[in-house]
Design a protein around this ligand. Structure first.
Ligand code: DX5
Ligand code: ZN
Length: 224
């Protein structure tokens, strides 16, 4: 099943609840929350207090994408604040197995993320303990960047590995997802589509979300 995860990074932070509501009316079913620390990525965003407020503003699952160093230090706090899904970067975790188990032990759904330069094979030993794998299709840190096409091959590889190994993780993609790129990622096997600029950049988030989701669902019908 295809799901749209609007990324609030491109939303108007002063009207967050309203913007989340409108993306939800457009068909968003997961809210993607980008957490940046100014170290792992060259930008700063939000922390647990905003997650706590968002928790009161929506019933949809909050997908917290941690782009931070030492995620173990903050995972309990994000879970406590109301995160439902938490993903950590392979590149940021020295003890990745431990970190994923920490997420699970706090009652959240664990996911792992790889940057554009990180091969899928670096995840071989954790694919059986994650609920989702997030493939970055831009270098993380900013919204509205250009889609890096190498992500398509990585998504396809993850879908193949999943069937070969009889696993059940879901495949999420993040970065540069818009009307012109969504078809390729969906046909490759992406199921959770993160979109920031394409939903909140210009115009009405509700209409933008509807169009993007419709294009994605149509692409599944062409999947070979
Ligand atoms: C980038 C973030 C993304 C970002 C995507 O570091 O992880 O979630 O919001 O933005 P768009 O969809 O604008 O590329
Ligand atoms: Zn993200």
């Amino acid at each position: 099943m295809i799901e749209l995860a609007p990324s609030i990074l491109s939303a108007d932070f002063a009207r967050l609840a309203e913007q989340v509501q409108s993306a939800t009316e457009g068909g968003g079913t997961v809210i993607h929350v980008d957490i940046m620390d100014g170290h792992f990525v060259p930008n700063l965003t939000i922390g647990p207090p905003v997650v706590k407020s968002l928790r009161k503003a929506t019933e949809l699952p909050l997908d917290c994408h941690l782009m931070i160093e030492n995620p173990d230090q903050f995972i309990p706090e994000f879970c406590e604040a109301g995160a439902d899904w938490i993903s950590v970067h392979q590149e940021a975790c020295v003890h990745l197995n431990r970190t994923l188990n920490l997420i699970k032990s706090h009652g959240c759904v664990p996911g792992v993320v790889i940057n554009p330069a990180t091969p899928v094979d670096t995840l071989n030993e954790v694919l059986d303990i994650v609920d989702y794998v997030l493939v970055m299709s831009v270098n993380p840190g900013f919204g509205a960047q250009k889609f890096i096409p190498g992500a398509v091959r990585k998504i396809r590889r993850l879908a193949d590995l999943r069937s070969e190994r009889g696993l059940s993780y879901r495949i999420e993609v993040d970065g540069g997802i818009a009307l012109d790129t969504v078809g390729d990622v969906v046909r490759a096997g992406a199921e959770i589509l993160v979109a920031g600029n394409a939903v909140f950049g210009q115009g009405d988030p509700k209409i933008n979300a509807q169009k993007l989701l419709k294009t994605a669902v149509e692409a599944t019908l062409q999947k070979v």
